[in-house]
Design a protein. Structure first.
Length: 241
């Protein structure tokens, strides 16, 4: 993962997400509902729910919204059923794209994802066509602003917590872990007093693709079209942003 900075991409998407905050909260509510319904409403005994709650708080989701999703899951009988489906494809200049969805209608979601690709310079691929180009990793970010710790001290803290890799830039410390180690590393760093600006499981591209400025604009349009779909949870690409 040398040289890979997810933080830069996160910051680049932040304004776009702020502009559609209501839709983001709606998707997070669905993810919280599914996690709580499948594993119970107690985050201490449900790691998936705890991760979704961390994600919601990182997005500044109001606590009232969170509680409504938890209450809905606790009161649900058979209720709504959602499937996690991943779509794979290519964007401008051959950049690899993974789209994770949470859907109660696979046909609707597949159609919408395909249309988004086709209308915005991309092409939907077969299962397995690009997923092998990504690695599942735990990801944590610690903003450096106001943080009184040097790079050596942070490296030691990451090693002691069980982290796999540390990327350092002017603005942020980025820590990567194996997925199974993610909760332990997250909790260890939090208990050590570090404020986590981001903490999530993610997909990290093995190789980054350099793109022309024109292609980057087209890719952003494609990503916006995908993220605008209510069923789409996350979009990952191999673009070097």
């Amino acid at each position: 993962m040398a040289g890979h900075s997810k933080w830069k991409n996160i910051q680049g998407r932040k304004n776009a997400q702020d502009a559609k905050r209501g839709k983001v909260f709606q998707k997070l509510s669905r993810e919280i509902y599914v996690a709580a319904k499948s594993g119970g409403p107690d985050p201490d005994s449900n790691p998936s729910l705890r991760m979704m709650l961390d994600k919601a708080r990182s997005a500044n989701m109001p606590n009232d919204n969170i509680q409504r999703a938890l209450k809905k899951a606790s009161n649900a009988g058979e209720g709504e059923n959602y499937d996690e489906v991943t779509y794979e494809g290519y964007g401008p200049e051959g950049v690899a794209i993974l789209v994770t969805t949470l859907t109660d209608n696979r046909n609707r979601t597949a159609t919408n994802v395909r249309v988004a690709f086709n209308k915005n310079g991309g092409s939907l691929g077969e299962t397995g066509s690009v997923s092998y180009m990504f690695d599942r990793k735990g990801y944590l970010a610690i903003a450096r602003e106001g943080l009184d710790v040097d790079e050596d001290a942070m490296m030691l803290a990451v090693i002691e917590a069980g982290g796999e890799d540390l990327q350092i830039s002017e603005d942020v410390f980025e820590i990567y872990t194996e997925p199974v180690d993610f909760p332990v590393v997250r909790d260890a760093l939090a208990e050590a007093g570090y404020a986590l600006a981001q903490a999530e499981l993610t997909m990290v591209p093995q190789t980054l693709v350099e793109m022309s400025e024109e292609a980057k604009v087209k890719l952003e349009t494609l990503i916006d079209a995908l993220e605008d779909d209510d069923d789409v949870s996350e979009v990952f690409t191999s673009a070097d942003n």
